[in-house]
Ligand binder design. Structure first.
Ligand code: FAD
Ligand code: UDP
Length: 363
């Protein structure tokens, strides 16, 4: 048996690192302040027996074969390609914007080349492309920007698109064909029995012990660990010595609809301009579960609450860099994950970051 390590946080960052270290012969103790493992990917049966994602919809997608194969050690998969509609003026359209979106919205009959020419005509060229406003205006022009992006972004972030870095809106492609999938990654799938079961399998190892509902800040006797892997917010670790790093939060409103087979046509429907919530997700689309009723979640963005999203702005990244500088001096601690690295990571990217961190630790 090698050394003892402490891992703070049982989400992807903590659990993947824990498993790698355990497989390499280290003894690992993993803690989480929540009463469950799996971090924000946590899913559970609601009181009506429908599998739901407590912290909002999680759809696995990746181009990384190594990452997909890694997770495949702990779960079988169900193929699933996510589709989203955006509601504008009371009608719903394919989103991301594609040729069908244009044709339906403007009563056109464009083919691929026609759609390309349309975007070319309406786009407002920007050089350089620095902000999320630049990204969208530069590709689809003002009308589509105002209909699909402007108000959604205001709601989601409490900021103007011009105040957010380009990478936020650049997550959303624009298509001239009729592909209406949200993602085009090579691997798109849901864990067959859910994320929590996948995490249970990952953490099921004789070298791993798990302790829930314990905050790192309350932990005594941490000196007995040779190394710590910390996956919580980096500013909290350093007691906010440079001030708070902004994170965006959400309130999730879950609802079960008895005797409703299907509530909406796609897994998620976005409401850029109406309501205080950004989107509604119906879980049965994602999981393929059969049930006499259905369960949905509405996402209400808010400033206060659990930190869910790092906010990609230059000043926030500068502040993060200062914390990162401190982190680099903590030789006994490794910082990894969406909150510790202050990056708008998808699940697969966190798995990649954790595999890299573990490799460095194992040496
Ligand atoms: P987390 O999952 O946040 O885990 C960190 C853990 O650390 C938490 O469980 C927390 O309780 C614990 N912790 C923090 N501080 C302490 C402390 N002091 N003491 C003890 N424990 C502590 N990604 C996708 O790829 N596809 C999607 O469809 C997708 N949808 C998303 C939807 C929403 C609404 C959100 C918010 C995120 C979504 N993501 C999605 C991103 C995905 O959730 C993250 O990439 C991933 O879960 C991050 O893993 P992590 O381990 O870094 O962080
Ligand atoms: N976005 C938008 N309108 C939409 C969907 C997304 O303006 O209908 C913008 C918004 O700024 C959002 C970003 O694109 O924050 C990224 O969207 P994504 O669906 O990837 O966000 P996530 O699933 O991470 O919340």
């Amino acid at each position: 048996m090698h050394s003892d390590l402490l891992i703070v946080g049982a989400g992807y960052a903590g659990s993947v690192t824990a498993r790698e270290l355990a497989d390499a012969g280290h003894r690992v103790h993993i803690i989480d302040k929540r009463p469950h493992i799996a971090g924000n990917a946590y899913d559970e049966l609601d009181e009506h027996g429908v599998l739901i994602h407590r912290y909002g919809p999680h759809i696995f997608h990746s181009n990384g074969e190594r990452i997909f194969e890694y997770l495949s050690r702990f779960t079988k998969w169900r193929s699933y390609e996510h589709r989203v509609r955006g509601v504008v003026g009371g009608a719903s359209y394919p989103f991301p914007i594609n040729r069908d979106t244009l044709n339906k919205l403007y009563g056109l009959d464009l083919d691929d080349a026609g759609a390309e020419a349309y975007f070319e005509r309406v786009r407002e060229p920007r050089e350089p492309v620095l902000t999320s406003e630049d990204v969208v205006l530069n590709t689809v022009g003002r009308d589509l920007y105002e209909k699909f992006f402007l108000n959604y972004t205001r709601k989601q972030w409490g900021l103007e698109p011009s105040e957010l870095k380009a990478g936020v809106a650049a997550r959303i492609p624009v298509r001239v064909n009729t592909d209406d999938r949200y993602f085009t990654d090579r691997f798109q799938a849901m864990p067959l029995h859910g994320y929590t079961k996948m995490f249970e399998a990952m953490l099921d190892h004789p070298n791993i012990s798990v302790e829930l509902e314990i905050d790192f800040a309350e932990l005594r006797n941490i000196d007995r660990y040779q190394h710590i892997v910390y996956t919580g917010p980096i500013d909290t670790y350093f007691n906010y010595c440079y001030g708070h790093l902004p994170y965006r939060s959400l309130r999730f409103e879950h609802e079960h609809l008895p005797n409703v087979q299907q509530y909406q046509e796609t897994g998620t429907v976005n409401y850029p301009n109406d309501h205080a919530y950004t989107r509604i997700t119906e879980f049965k689309h994602l999981t393929g579960q059969t049930h006499s009723g259905t369960s949905i979640v509405r996402e209400y963005p808010q400033a206060e609450g659990d930190p869910y999203y790092p906010i990609p702005r230059t000043e926030n990244e500068s502040l993060f860099k200062r914390y990162e500088e401190l982190a680099s001096k903590e030789t006994r601690v490794t910082f990894v994950g969406r909150l510790a690295q202050y990056r708008y990571y998808n699940m697969d990217q966190v798995v990649g970051a954790a595999l890299t961190a573990a490799k460095q630790l194992i040496g």
